[in-house]
Design a protein around this ligand. Structure first.
Ligand SMILES: [Zn+2]
Length: 263
């Protein structure tokens, strides 16, 4: 099995955070693209009519408790084919190549843009379309600031680049590592695999995908009723929240309750 993580531009995350129908539509586009990729690849390898399969967990948070709607899909790294006698045989895919991930991301990017256009949404104008702000100004404010907290991260240094297509405006996909690709705020990471017989590894990956936004051990209460979230070391560097040796961030109970950010 292979984990495919699809991340989205900040403004699209914001749209999907309150519009679950749109979230499912965008997820559908991404998953169909990945499943179609396996199907085509198998066909090219002489295996017609193969089917892959996937289970996706929609994660709504990043490690620093910021709002970050993104998808973790556990996908069969190959296809099943049904024989004439009704038995199923699995055909494992060839190792994934970086260029394939880049091309797949370019395809996901184009399809999601088309979906947004069809729904009269343009991710570049997402800031202007904000029914959430009308319904719940406080909620919108929390979600919006939480997302923009990540924009402070600088541009990718030393990224590898691949242009997809020959036309002058063809997209440039960058990559920071194996089986990872980035394009206009969209990101695909597919470098984590688990062998078919590795049950412990599968369970570890499933637990990782299903983990809650914040670990119970990182939450505590102050005497005056504030909730302390102890952030991981990487978050400390980004946020410099407090001068303490351990990075800590204080929330009111209302802010800290995930349901305050969810609909
Ligand atoms: Zn995640």
């Amino acid at each position: 099995m292979r984990q495919w993580v699809v991340s989205l531009p900040h403004r699209l995350r914001y749209l999907l955070a309150w519009d679950h129908k749109l979230c499912r539509a965008v997820l559908g586009v991404a998953v169909r693209a990945v499943l179609g990729f396996y199907r085509r690849r198998a066909r090219c390898a002489g295996v017609p009519d193969g089917r892959s399969g996937a289970v996706t967990v929609i994660q709504r948070f990043g490690g620093g408790l910021q709002l970050n709607v993104h998808f973790h899909s556990l996908v069969l790294d190959g296809v099943f084919v049904e024989a004439a006698d009704g038995t199923l045989a699995f055909h494992a895919a060839e190792p994934l190549r970086d260029e394939e991930v880049a091309r797949l991301l370019a395809s996901i990017y184009r399809r999601i843009q088309r979906l947004l256009v069809r729904r009269s949404l343009d991710v570049d104008d997402a800031r202007d379309i904000d029914p959430l702000a009308e319904q719940s100004p406080a909620l919108a404010g929390i979600s919006s600031a939480s997302i923009q907290g990540r924009i402070a991260l600088g541009p990718r240094a030393g990224a590898r680049v691949l242009q997809i297509g020959r036309e002058p405006g063809a997209p440039w996909v960058t990559s920071r590592g194996p089986c990872q690709a980035h394009l206009e705020g969209f990101d695909v990471h597919a470098n984590i695999t688990v062998a078919a017989n590795d049950r412990a590894g599968t369970e570890r990956l499933c637990r990782y995908m299903l983990r809650p936004p914040v670990a119970q051990e990182r939450l505590s209460l102050t005497p005056d009723g504030l909730v302390v979230v102890t952030l991981k070391a990487e978050c400390y560097a980004q946020r410099r929240v407090m001068q303490s040796r351990r990075a800590r961030r204080l929330y009111s109970r209302e802010e800290a309750r995930p349901s305050a950010l969810h609909k």
